[in-house]
Design a protein around this ligand. Structure first.
Ligand code: ASP
Length: 338
């Protein structure tokens, strides 16, 4: 897939953390200084770049940290061309798009999440409403949809016409081949943000794995798996095969590694190493993490060739290639700024 393509140049083996930071063009002290006055947004995939920029606009218009996360992710959810987030997403095996999302606020350590919601344009906003207006964290399926209906959330089609056609094709003759292809088609927007006052926020939204079993929920809406925000330490988000993240509380693990003193990028790498050590699949997990810490440092890592992620501040907005991990022995490879 193009968004997961390996950059030919990104092949140098980088063993030490220090070298890794240099290879990444990782944040200099001036970035940390800068984020003391301006926000920092880090999101998964190149489609995270316009989302970050929308989040920055919210900041510049006087919005708060949760507003920025919500507006940024809404932009991705509203993109009909995005086949892995929002209603343009690939449907499940019944031909229905079931969406998952969560949001988290560093201040107050509050969280909200929804899963398996059908026909709603902005699951991230429903997740925020759960956080802000109920005593609960997580609503799923019918209950989540009834909550959204009562709260006046906008509905869209349960599947886009293009995806409906693709699903019908998948269901018919081409089933086996199409399935193998489409099951690999899954991405997520996970966005983490450092606000100028030092507070951290995050959000995550996805349509999940293509042609998943109806009712399947991945890591993305689960606090600690697809997203985790700890105002004392940092924030992390995940994309990739949710089953390989949620069994390990992946984003929580990344934050805990940062708590132990690791740079966000080293924390992402260590989390992948830990998971690969425990899982018989080893490094063939298809998982990726982004992370920021409370001082404004950021990083990412993925299995295989790594993945692309977006970093936006008031003065720059870029897509980076994360380092990738294929084995414990060789260490992470690549990780170049685009
Ligand atoms: N993590 C998502 C899920 O498993 C998919 C992805 O990010 O690729 O639902």
């Amino acid at each position: 897939m193009p968004r997961r393509r390996f950059l030919a140049a990104a092949t140098a083996s980088v063993a030490s953390g220090k070298a890794l930071h240099r290879a990444m063009g990782a944040p200099s002290p001036s970035l940390a200084e800068m984020t003391a006055r301006a926000p920092l947004f880090v999101s998964t995939w190149p489609f995270g770049k316009p989302a970050n920029e929308r989040a920055l606009l919210t900041y510049q218009s006087g919005g708060g940290g949760l507003d920025a996360i919500e507006h940024g992710i809404q932009l991705t959810e509203a993109d009909p061309g995005n086949s892995s987030v929002g209603l343009g997403g690939i449907p499940n095996a019944d031909g229905v798009v079931q969406l998952d999302a969560c949001i988290m606020s560093g201040p107050g350590h509050r969280a909200g999440a929804v899963a398996a919601v059908e026909g709603f344009r902005h699951p991230i906003s429903i997740a925020r409403r759960v956080m802000e207006t109920t005593r609960h964290v997580f609503l799923v399926g019918e209950g989540a949809m009834e909550f959204a209906r009562r709260n006046g959330f906008e509905r869209g089609p349960k599947v886009s016409p293009g995806q409906r056609d693709a699903w019908a094709k998948w269901k018919a003759e081409e089933a086996r081949k199409a399935r193998a292809r489409a099951e690999k088609n899954h991405d997520t927007i996970a966005m983490v943000a450092l606000w100028p006052d030092g507070n951290l926020y995050g959000g995550c939204s996805t349509s999940g794995r293509g042609y998943k079993l109806p009712g399947r929920v991945g890591d993305s809406p689960i606090i600690g798996s697809g997203l985790y925000v700890d105002n004392e330490v940092g924030a992390a988000g995940a994309t990739g095969i949710g089953e390989n993240v949620m069994r390990f509380c992946g984003s929580f693990l990344v934050v805990e590694f940062m708590r132990q003193g690791l740079h966000p990028q080293e924390a992402c790498i260590e989390a992948i190493r830990r998971i690969a050590r425990l899982d018989p699949q080893g490094f063939d997990l298809s998982i990726n993490f982004v992370a920021i810490d409370r001082t404004g440092r950021f990083g990412a890592a993925g299995t295989g060739t790594g993945f692309e992620y977006a970093v936006t501040t008031a003065t720059s907005s870029r897509v980076y290639q994360s380092p990738g991990l294929t084995s414990a022995a060789t260490g992470p490879v690549g990780g170049n700024q685009k």
